[in-house]
Design a protein around this ligand. Structure first.
Ligand code: SAH
Length: 344
């Protein structure tokens, strides 16, 4: 059964070199196979750089992860395209392609579903089904590159799932996506967003991989945060910020704090002042996201005037701030919304 087979696309170059050495072959064969799969080739049979018997051995033990495009949704307002992919086990995930002045950016999923339970988020509604493998993350990029005839230059781990809850596979993904023999996407062009898993933020900091880290803060106090994010019951904002400061120290990278603005919940003057106070002096940036309502009634977007006022208070305290441009509004581009409607 292909289920027990290891996925070539999820292995690192070192692991593939070891595999070939164990088979009595030269290490460089591992590098060749690594390059072949990371560049997007699927067929082991077509790897004619290897002998037929070696290909047969490889096929017995390994497969290459392969997703299929189930549907595309093209925005009529901008160039955003949302993709729904079928995984080999029948599960479905999504990714969003966005075009910016600096190139194409793909927002990818890291899990099927999510265990974190944030109240405003559609991705977590059915809980966590399973983690994605590193290969399934890489293949989202391959498929969109091929589908559009483009080269994606930026990747954001902000689709379905909590990336740091799937640490091992996400770590492999980061190494492989950055590899010169693979997609060769610079770490600086990769952004990982987390709801704030403190031990894993530390672990990531220790690896000193210079990606951009984004933290979903969404509230200026622990009391408010606990109302919308169950993870806040486990870690206080202070603990999250302490881990962030360590991260900045080891990577020298500026951290982004995401703050979903919810009408009459966290959009008041006092909230902005409290947030500014917390973040003062940190190498950071705040990204205000007018909340995307996922069901009737709860979590409404604040009026434009209040968003502006919130932004101005942060600016007054010299905290760099932007309001997220909302691309692909007509195609439910916010994470998790499409998967929920197209569950088989
Ligand atoms: N699990 C990661 C990635 C999730 S999605 C995390 O929590 O950071 C990326 C961002 O979108 C997160 O900041 C998430 O909180 C936010 N988000 C999710 N649902 C949203 C909604 N309905 N409106 C606005 N932002 C939302």
């Amino acid at each position: 059964m292909s289920k027990e087979k290891a996925d070539l696309l999820s292995l690192t170059e070192g692991e593939l070199q070891d595999w070939f050495q164990k088979m009595g072959e030269k290490k460089f064969r591992g590098s060749q196979v690594f390059e072949w799969v990371q560049k997007g080739h699927k067929s082991i049979d077509e790897m004619t750089i290897l002998s037929k018997s070696l290909r047969d051995d490889l096929k017995k033990q390994m497969k290459v992860a392969e997703l299929r495009i189930y549907k595309r949704f093209q925005s009529s307002m901008d160039e955003t395209v949302k993709y729904l992919f079928d995984l080999e086990d029948g599960n479905r995930i999504e990714a969003v392609l966005m075009k910016y002045r600096h190139g194409y950016s793909l927002c990818i999923s890291t899990q099927v579903g999510c265990a974190m339970g944030c109240k405003f988020c559609a991705s977590t509604r059915g809980g966590l089904i399973r983690h994605l493998t590193a290969g399934e993350m890489i293949d989202q990029i391959h498929l969109v590159n091929r589908d559009k005839g483009i080269t994606i230059s930026n990747v954001v781990l902000m689709g379905i799932g909590e990336p740091l809850h799937n640490f091992d596979q996400v770590h492999r993904f980061l190494e492989n996506v950055n590899h010169k023999k693979g997609l060769n996407i610079s770490y600086r062009k990769v952004t990982l967003s987390t709801c704030g898993l403190v031990p894993e933020i530390r672990q990531l900091g220790e690896l000193a991989i210079p990606i951009n880290l984004a933290i979903s803060l969404h509230a200026p106090s622990d009391e408010k945060r606990r109302e919308i994010m169950p993870i806040a019951k486990k870690y206080t904002i202070e603990e999250v910020l302490r881990a962030c400061r360590e991260y900045i120290k080891s990577t020298n990278r500026r951290i982004t704090f995401e703050y979903a603005l919810v009408k009459d919940f966290n959009d008041q003057r006092e909230d902005a002042e409290a947030l500014a106070k917390r973040l003062k002096g940190m190498l950071c940036h705040v990204n205000l996201i007018p909340v995307n309502p996922i069901d009737q009634g709860s979590f409404e977007k604040p009026y434009e005037k209040r968003i502006k006022a919130f932004e101005q208070i942060l600016e007054k305290h010299r905290i760099p701030v932007t309001v997220r441009r909302e691309l692909g509004q007509d195609i439910d581009a916010a994470c998790g919304q499409l998967r929920n409607q197209h569950q088989s």
